[in-house]
Design a protein. Structure first.
Lengths: 268, 267
């Protein structure tokens, strides 16, 4: 029984310093810190982000990215929850073979094909005639259903991690299988999987960067639009990367906090 | 362990030496037959490069989603030439240091608007609009606006998309990274193709809706009816004619050129 959990933060910070120092050295080596290079950097920075309020393209892209990620996460959690309950119920005594087979097939197909291909199929095949529909909604559906297959496995893991005795106790008290699931098992399982759901959100945040392919100006695409406008290759991309990184780092911190909060009262 | 590191460093140094070995400078496009080339995926530049390279295209040709990426690879020395249309090429040479266009063009192409195979009604409507615009000088005016290479004064909000037109919406697919034909500016679009389509939409009494997607996704978008037509400086080729219908040409004799590094080119 440890009084304090080791979360690896110290080692991570150390690595970050080394990487940072190495990058600084590379910059110095490439003559970045001379006055001429600095003014050139400033000029390009002005062209890429300040002139004509071009940073607004990134802001709009960021909004689109966050919108799609949030929508897809909601769909993913709902779909994942339903799928996992079907799968677990099948093992737990409620035998509906068709439903179970459907859920299994769904998970196999959606996890077995690249998200990019799925996105293209949704947009150009299934929703080919839905032209007035905002493409972002198609992307939300595609990413959400894809994420659902992964979330289903997260939930299943969470449900199966609850001791079998819990279900037996609930059943012996006269609760039906459904009620035991809803009032006894799922609340405990959710506590275990919430951090993992946030990780899925973080993964989705990065995955939506392929949405540009079907014509959505998300954050990545906004960077590419600036590239096409200024013909400058590196700065817009690096800026986009930094924005993603900041979001992911903030979210990761939140997940860590959440984990600690959820596990309060459990420490020995 | 130390031995391994030294061996690795040695190999790296050796490969660096091999890579930086001096090559003869480029003089004419015929030399490109055995060189590393790039083009934007799905463009006629890719087809030209494939013809040039023949059997060796598998090893020597790289296709990129965006021109900016191809040009960056060229500047980094990963390629020797990028095959592209002359007008966007000129813009790159003007804006990016250290680039040059080979004097001798690789081919001349005509641009037209693409439609789903069999959509003859819309094709004839657009052709009528195009011929009217050619006759009354609208097309000349649009080209004149962009030809000098500086279109920073053109604002997307000045282009009338005919919002709320009674005839419904006209969906046009494009790849807005191809100035001066189409370019994303802020949350709007400018360019020759965009203004031309805006005028066509007005003549058809429809509202113009631009769908901005990757170039190689455009044929798919128009054949699945996701958009009504595609207008993105699309070259008319026999192969493409098998899979889609084209309007009359609106650009005739657009040159395909090779963009190279200035220090790698000897006139």
């Amino acid at each position: 029984m440890k009084s304090k959990r080791y979360d690896g933060a110290g080692r991570g910070d150390f690595l970050l310093w080394i990487v940072g120092a190495f990058l600084l050295y590379l910059l110095w080596e490439s003559g970045f810190f001379t006055a001429a290079a600095w003014s050139d950097f400033n000029r390009r920075f002005y062209q890429n982000f300040i002139k004509d309020n071009r940073y607004m393209m990134l802001v709009d892209g960021l909004k689109s990215t966050i919108f799609m990620t949030s929508g897809a996460t909601i769909i993913g959690v709902l779909v994942g929850l339903i799928l996992s309950v079907i799968r677990v119920a099948y093992k737990g005594g409620i035998h509906i073979p068709i439903l179970n087979k459907l859920a299994e097939t769904y998970i196999t197909v959606l996890r077995g094909t690249p998200a990019m291909v799925q996105l293209l199929i949704w947009n150009f095949t299934i929703f080919a005639s839905a032209r007035d529909l905002n493409t972002q909604y198609i992307a939300i559906l595609a990413f959400g259903l894809n994420s659902g297959a992964y979330v289903a496995e997260i939930f299943r893991g969470g449900i199966e991690s609850i001791d079998a005795g819990q279900m037996e106790a609930a059943r012996s008290l006269g609760l039906t299988y459904g009620s035991s699931m809803r009032y006894v098992i799922l609340p405990q399982a959710l506590r275990n999987v919430v951090p993992m759901l946030f990780n899925e959100f973080i993964a989705l945040l990065k995955e939506t960067s392929i949405a540009g392919y079907i014509g959505i100006d998300d954050l990545t695409r906004a960077g590419q639009n600036i590239q096409a406008l200024t013909l400058e290759h590196s700065q817009p991309l690096v800026m986009v990367a930094i924005i993603y990184l900041i979001m992911v780092m903030v979210l990761s911190k939140l997940v860590k906090k959440l984990e600690q909060w959820l596990s309060r009262g459990r420490r020995g | 362990m130390l031995k391994k590191i030294f061996a690795l460093l040695f190999v790296l140094a050796l490969s660096a030496g091999v890579c930086s070995a001096d090559e003869a400078k480029l003089k004419s496009p015929s030399q490109l037959k055995t060189e590393k080339l790039a083009a934007q995926r799905g463009t006629v530049g890719q087809f030209i490069a494939e013809d040039l390279l023949g059997d060796k295209k598998g090893q020597l040709l790289t296709t990129y989603e965006k021109y900016v990426d191809a040009i960056a690879a060229l500047k980094q020395g990963k390629l020797r030439a990028v095959i592209m249309d002359e007008m966007p090429a000129k813009r790159f040479v003007n804006e990016v240091e250290g680039l040059a266009i080979m004097d001798e063009a690789l081919s001349e192409e005509n641009y037209a608007i693409g439609f789903r195979k069999g959509n003859t009604e819309l094709v004839s409507q657009v052709n009528k609009a195009l011929s009217e615009m050619k006759a009354d000088g609208t097309m000349d005016k649009i080209f004149a606006k962009y030809l000098d290479g500086d279109y920073s004064s053109v604002k997307p909000e000045d282009i009338d998309f005919n919002k709320g037109a009674k005839g419904g919406k006209l969906f046009v697919g494009t790849e807005a990274g191809f100035a001066p034909y189409e370019l994303r500016v802020g949350s709007g679009f400018i360019g020759i193709d965009v203004e031309m389509c805006a005028n066509i939409a007005k003549k058809l009494d429809r509202e113009l809706v631009i769908e901005n997607m990757n170039f190689d996704a455009l044929p798919m978008a128009v054949s699945t009816n996701k958009v009504d037509m595609i207008c993105a400086g699309i070259t008319v080729t026999d192969e493409r004619k098998e899979n889609m219908d084209f309007s009359d040409n609106y650009v005739i004799g657009a040159k395909q050129v090779a963009v190279v590094r200035a220090d790698d080119y000897e006139k």
